[in-house]
Ligand binder design. Sequence first.
Ligand code: ARG
Length: 401
Amino acid sequence: MVAVKLWSGRVGGELAPEVWDFLRADDQALLPYDKAATLLHAQRLHAAGILDEAELAEVTEKLAAIEEIDESDEDVHSSIERQLGDVGRKIHAGRSRNDQVAAAFRLYVGDACAEADAALTQFARTVLARAEEEANTAMPGYTHLQRAQPVTLGHHLLAWVEMLERDRARFAFAAAQAEPSPLGAAALAGSTLPIPPPPNQMRNSIDAVADRDFALDYLYATAVLFTHLSRIGEELVLWTTTEFGFARLPEEAATGSSIMPQKLNPDVAELARGKAGTAIGRLTGLLATVKSLALAYDRDLQEDKPPVFAARRDVAGALGALAVLVAGLEFDRERLAAASADPLLRATDAAEALVGEGAPFRDAHEQIAGQVRAGTFEAPPAGNRLGDVTHAVAAAKERWT
Ligand code: ARG
């Protein structure tokens, strides 16, 4: 494959194939965003009189027709310039791949955040629909994975939604961080050409090409999201065991065993749980790449994209599959009710009743604990310690429109 190099004027000879293969970027996913960033740059070149009307029209038209990059290209930027043909020889005035890649990657991350928001919304609304149905379904709440106090399944599911709501804010933050434009920074020091700055231009040209905080923020948002999905996944795995028996998996989201004919496995929940490790690894990996890097641009930064591309696929994939699973879960209300009917779950209520009668809490606690040890404890009538779940679901639905 003949190499197409943007820098062949300086380095004339052919690169060794091993070197070429090593340097090439796996950045095809950036193509639509690099086309968009190139169009913005072309419009600025036109405003500066560097591209005439016809040339801008040609760039616009040719950009729209570019669909892929090939193996002769060092990266997506070289590919676009090559595919623009003769007018492509003018396009790189006043820019460098350093501001170009940052501009395209910021657009990519902005889109990935919007996609995460849509997938979160769909999943949260699915959970909310189930919470509404199960607003009055009794279940035991747990601490230390030991039965603790009675709650409702609706209340528990709303706890999941709270986590998702904070995830949503983290993706919105990452999107805002990706918003400013590095265009005009060129390699690191701007350009002598009279090109108008883009709206929202970053203040400092060195920071503009060196900064990858927006990618770290995105990976952080995905790492925390997957940490949440791992907790939700773990609960789904537990609830659908024979031992708990709180829910049955829907067939469209369960797998069988290749050897044991009776098995129905929660692979979706497990894989969502497992991907948390990978998501955390992507964040720590990029942190380590950026750490100690001298400003402004270094080729190390090419390593920023694969983890973000992969994280985007996992976010959409996991939330989509979990939404199907949760929508189809069959809760066993009788079994949940039986588990929460254990009188010992009301021991705290009994102690609080004594406090209501004037006892210091520690005395009340000791008195009830003594009854539990002696086997004489009797549960007081059920009181309502939780808020109105139906109302909380309705309020959450308003926020997840
Ligand atoms: N493929 C490169 C990257 O992803 C593009 C920027 C290359 N810049 C350079 N000065 N070699 O970072």
